[in-house]
Design a protein around this ligand. Structure first.
Ligand code: FMN
Length: 156
């Protein structure tokens, strides 16, 4: 199966997480990794994973632009992830902020969302737990895709 991971980043942590996913998925799938601003052609991929960090309560515009310019990823299986530090930045409490952030991406998706994940981002020091979670999550996403199922809800 062919997996495409598309992300945007400002300070590198989302790229680090996306690379970790690509590496972990590599033994089970043909994986391509793109920055959203590269405007990848996703026509040939079965499953698209899209990731964005949150800045000032919003996902990055480049990710939304990528989704919109590809017809909301209609016809694709889609898994979404965000990186954020909602307990520091969220005005409404961590869980509520994370759901709001995720919805801001989700509302543009016209494909079938099979998984969503909120990762703890970082500002200075890389978080090894986030990288470990990223490796585990992508493997679950692949399994879910193969089984034709859905990972429900926003996970923490
Ligand atoms: C200027 C700035 C604004 C941020 N705003 C938010 C925010 O509104 N909500 C949140 O949960 N995290 C916020 N964060 C945390 C980032 O989402 C987190 O550091 C993320 O890992 C950055 O991803 P990147 O390294 O891929 O750019 C902010 C970080 C910075 C530096």
């Amino acid at each position: 199966m062919r997996l495409c991971i598309v992300y945007e980043t400002r300070r590198g942590s989302t790229e680090r997480v996306a690379r970790e996913m690509a590496h972990a998925a590599g033994d089970e799938a043909d994986v391509a990794l793109f920055r959203a601003s590269q405007g990848p052609d996703i026509g040939n991929f079965d499953l698209v994973i899209v990731g964005s960090p949150i800045y000032y309560e919003r996902p990055l515009g480049g990710v939304i632009e990528f989704i919109r310019s590809n017809n909301g990823l209609k016809g694709k299986s889609v898994a979404l992830f965000i990186l954020c530090i909602a307990d520091k930045f969220g005005r409404f409490g961590k869980a509520y902020s994370e759901r709001r952030y995720m919805r801001l991406i989700e509302e543009h998706i016209r494909g079938g969302i099979i998984a969503r994940k909120v990762f703890n981002g970082w500002i200075m020091k890389e978080d090894p737990e986030t990288l470990e979670e990223a490796r585990r999550w992508v493997k679950r996403v692949l399994k879910t895709y193969r089984d034709g199922g859905i990972i429900e809800g926003v996970e923490h």
